[in-house]
Design a protein around this ligand. Structure first.
Ligand code: F6P
Length: 327
């Protein structure tokens, strides 16, 4: 029988994502509702290692549901991936009497949680907070919807000037290992080509398709590239197109970190609230060392061990849709 959880810690880790604040708020308020003490851990695992831990009250999370970033701040902490770092972190949690943890972050953060929960008697629950949507076992991650809508808004604006000048634009969106932002933003802005890390980029096919469009006098073209595309990002793609098709007026735009900021969408606020609430219920009910996702609009729980092994897969049908719709 698991020990009853009485004091829980919450932290945000890895790249921030819009909606993390809504998730923190949900964890704090649900914890307090169930008479738990809730502690905020600053700067992700770094704050755990350094002991930056503070008790939170209901009012600590007032007026944050609409704010991007994370009030707890975040980091990618290398020290936590060393035994000594985790030992220090455990000591600080024990000093505060913390006996349960909610980790809001991406797959790297879950890997940390998995190692920690295998070594120490502090149960962990992970919530998927990443704009990349690259975690298996959930249809959405907190922040993806906002990030992709930010990208769409920016690409729509670029389209106006692109059209005015009959230009070809290569736009780079975020996603070091994941093509979901590129796929969603590209499909919804009518991109001719979408290049992503999960699929091999066939630059000859891209050039042939552009040449065929040139023959049909289609002068406005949009290519969306995920930053982690194996070919080398937007600059490299643009360089090759310019070299092979000197008649094309090519421009590059890298959207960058603008995609990570801003007020979370309604969708992200709602899933963050549902997931934050479910995380606390899991800790209370003894469902430990799991990750909380939403599949088919229902809460879905999988062991952290499995969550870190699986990656979201992108089926070939996505690429077929892009091809058919851009002809
Ligand atoms: O959080 C995910 C992500 O935004 C990736 O899409 C991107 O590759 C990476 O973080 C950028 O990280 P940093 O802010 O450390 O440059």
């Amino acid at each position: 029988m698991d020990k009853k959880v009485t004091k829980i810690g919450v932290l945000t880790s890895g790249g921030d994502s819009p909606g993390m604040n809504a998730a923190i708020r949900a964890v704090v308020r649900t914890g307090i509702y169930y008479d738990l003490e809730v502690y905020g851990i600053k700067r992700g695992y770094s704050g755990m290692v350094d002991g930056e831990i503070k008790k939170m009250e209901s009012k600590s999370v007032a007026n944050i549901i609409q704010r991007g970033g994370t009030i707890l701040k975040t980091s990618r902490c290398q020290e936590f991936f060393e035994k000594e770092g985790r030992e220090k972190a455990y000591g600080h949690l024990k000093d505060h009497g913390i006996d349960g943890l909610v980790i809001i972050g991406g797959d790297g953060s879950f890997r940390g949680a998995q190692i920690f929960s295998n070594e120490y008697d502090i149960p962990c629950v992970g919530l998927p907070g990443t704009i990349d949507k690259d975690i298996a076992g959930t249809d959405f991650t907190i922040g993806f919807d906002t990030a992709v809508n930010t990208a769409v808004e920016a690409i729509d604006k670029i389209r106006d000037t692109m059209d005015a000048h009959d230009r070809l634009f290569v736009i780079e969106v975020m996603g070091r290992d994941s093509g979901y932002i590129a796929l969603h933003s590209g499909i919804s802005t009518g991109a001719e080509n979408i290049l992503i890390p999960e699929k091999r980029t066939d630059i000859e096919a891209v050039i042939n398709a552009l040449a065929e469009k040139e023959r049909r006098q289609k002068l406005v073209n949009l290519i969306v590239v995920a930053e982690g595309d194996g070919f080398g990002g937007a600059d490299e793609v643009a360089r090759i197109i310019k070299e092979r098709m000197p008649s094309q007026d090519v421009r590059v735009c890298v959207l960058g970190h603008i995609q990570r900021g801003g007020a979370p969408s309604c969708f992200d606020r709602v899933i963050a609230s549902r997931m934050g609430y479910a995380a606390v219920e899991c800790l209370i009910e003894g469902r430990h060392n799991i990750f909380v996702g939403i599949l088919n609009n229902r809460m879905h729980f999988i062991p952290l061990n499995e969550a870190v092994k699986k990656k979201q897969k992108i089926s070939d049908e996505w690429m077929k849709i892009v091809k058919i719709l851009s002809t």
